[in-house]
Design a protein around this ligand. Structure first.
Ligand code: A2P
Length: 291
């Protein structure tokens, strides 16, 4: 029998003058980044692993983030978390997020530098109102987005239920510059070859989508805020559809605060009533979270 080398206890060997071993921080709910794509100097998307236990409805959001810097006095680190819409559909085995980069934003100033293999924190408690359950049955679904407000619609546009429930889906996206439309345009383009949607809904599902991108600060085929284009009637004549009515139309709004409020007032003017998970109606609103 070979004699075993005794295992020395490193802790026991420490003398009182040695500095203590660095404290190991237990970070719960970490996920690993699997892909990062930068679109402009203000926008990027990333994908990460999905906790096996996470169930969510397409359109919902979760809290995600990174560990904050150590407190200069106590050395303690706290998670820095923000609400982010899940941009991937409920059936996807990974999670996708679409984010703005705010140069001095507490979280996004750091999050924009994440790379494949890095860890992020994800609290697996999905919530939100941009879900099919919060709307009554209708014929035409309007998805109104500005900037990163496209994220929850990226999830819903890849969700078979969207095409099962509606005859027509109109997605409007207003951004400052043309490059800010790329993420949304790529997602919509990818639907043409989406195997799951083709299998579940059939080849024709693609023809239900009407995409209406507009820019406000850079030349593009359609310029202007969607709110102004609706008020003038131009958006409706471009799309060849009548003004929204509570009988046929349902809507989801996700953008900056001023946009949400303005569009909400317009929809109320058309006779649509705001719904909730517990009380489905004609339209729902959620803020695109920035900072
Ligand atoms: P604009 O350039 O005229 O302000 P942001 O990047 O600031 O969140 O804006 C995203 C897009 O939303 C921009 O094109 C911006 O247009 C537009 N926007 C801002 N406020 C409103 C509003 N109240 N109604 C419609 N669009 C808006």
């Amino acid at each position: 029998m070979t004699e075993m080398t005794p295992v020395t206890d490193a802790t026991a060997a420490q003398t009182p003058t040695q500095p203590p071993a660095p404290r190991k921080i237990a970070v719960p709910d970490t996920q690993t980044v699997t892909q990062v794509t930068h679109y402009t100097d203000r926008l990027f998307s990333f994908r990460c692993t999905r906790p096996a236990s996470l169930r969510f409805r397409s359109g919902e959001f979760v809290m995600i983030g990174l560990m904050g810097d150590p407190d200069p006095k106590t050395g303690k680190q706290k998670p820095l978390l923000r609400a982010y819409s899940i941009a991937s559909p409920s059936w996807d085995e990974e999670l996708e997020f679409y984010s703005i980069k705010v140069p001095d934003g507490p979280l996004t100033a750091r999050l924009q530098h994440i790379a494949v293999g890095d860890q992020i924190i994800l609290r697996p408690k999905p919530v939100g109102t941009l879900v099919h359950d919060a709307l009554l049955p209708g014929k035409r679904l309007w998805l109104f987005a500005t900037g990163t407000g496209f994220a929850p619609f990226s999830s819903l546009l890849r969700e078979p239920q969207t095409y099962e429930d509606y005859d027509e889906i109109i997605i409007t996206h207003t951004c400052r510059e043309v490059g800010e439309l790329t993420y949304g345009r790529d997602i919509i383009e990818s639907l043409k070859t989406d195997e799951l949607l083709t299998e579940v809904i059939g080849d024709g599902f693609w023809s239900k989508i009407r995409y209406y991108p507009t820019t406000t600060r850079e030349e593009s085929p359609k310029m202007g805020r969607i709110t102004d284009l609706m008020r003038s009637g131009e958006a409706f004549s471009d799309l060849g559809v009548p003004v929204l009515t509570p009988e046929t139309d349902r809507a989801m709004i996700c953008g900056n605060l001023a946009f949400n409020l303005e569009l909400k007032e317009m929809l109320e003017g058309y006779g649509l009533v705001e719904g909730a998970n517990s009380d489905p109606k004609h339209y729902v609103v959620e803020k695109a979270f920035l900072d």
